[in-house]
Design a protein around this ligand. Structure first.
Ligand SMILES: [Zn+2]
Length: 196
């Protein structure tokens, strides 16, 4: 509760790194003495664009705020990960500017790799919150062969996790994958050392 005529900085927890380090987002709330509209200002959605952060700093210091009617909500750095790393995007290269309204990310464990043959109903992966309190199992919707999988340990709603190919003949698909593996192992890429 922020009383009229006061201002406060609220640290909103936004994420937990894989080692449980908490990440928060500072929200400045300036609550005018008199009633009025609420305005929201943000900066730093692209972590390498620091000019907006400076503009917001000046806005937060302007004397006019003393006679503010209504409420001003200001977030100087939306993309804390990018700001710390001098990078535009989130650590997994997604653009925070394209993520509204968004959903919280989850941890992903995958039990199958490319080339694995799976049967309908096989456990493919588990998605859970960082504390493992809510786990959701993902099973194969049909018999098939894994042709692609997510490589990042964090997933968001809408992300593809496993690409499962439906095949007409499992035997032929297995043979084709076996042939491919044989070709790759017969003709391996040179090590850099061998080329030099
Ligand atoms: Zn931008």
């Amino acid at each position: 509760m922020i009383a009229p005529g006061t201002r406060q900085t609220v640290d909103l927890p936004v994420s937990v790194l894989s080692d449980h380090t908490p990440v928060s987002m500072s929200v400045h709330v300036i609550h005018g003495k008199a009633d009025g509209p609420t305005m929201f200002v943000s900066a730093g959605i692209h972590g390498d664009e620091v000019i907006g952060v400076e503009i917001v700093r000046r806005l937060l210091r302007t004397p006019h705020l003393k006679s503010l009617r209504g409420t001003l909500i200001v977030i100087p750095i939306l993309n804390a990960f990018g700001f710390i790393n001098h990078a535009r995007y989130l650590p997994d290269r997604r653009d925070l500017n394209r993520m509204f309204p968004g959903t919280p990310g989850s941890l992903l464990r995958i039990f199958h790799g490319r080339g694995d043959v799976v049967a309908s109903g096989d456990l493919m992966a588990v998605v859970c919150d960082p504390f493992g309190e809510n786990e959701q199992e993902i099973t194969a919707p049909f018999d098939g062969i894994v042709v692609g999988r997510a490589v990042l340990p964090v997933v968001n709603e809408g992300d593809a996790i496993i690409h499962l190919a439906r095949v007409q003949s499992m035997k032929r698909a297995e043979d084709a994958v076996g042939d491919l593996n044989d070709q790759l192992s017969d003709d391996p890429l040179f090590d850099e050392d061998e080329i030099i």
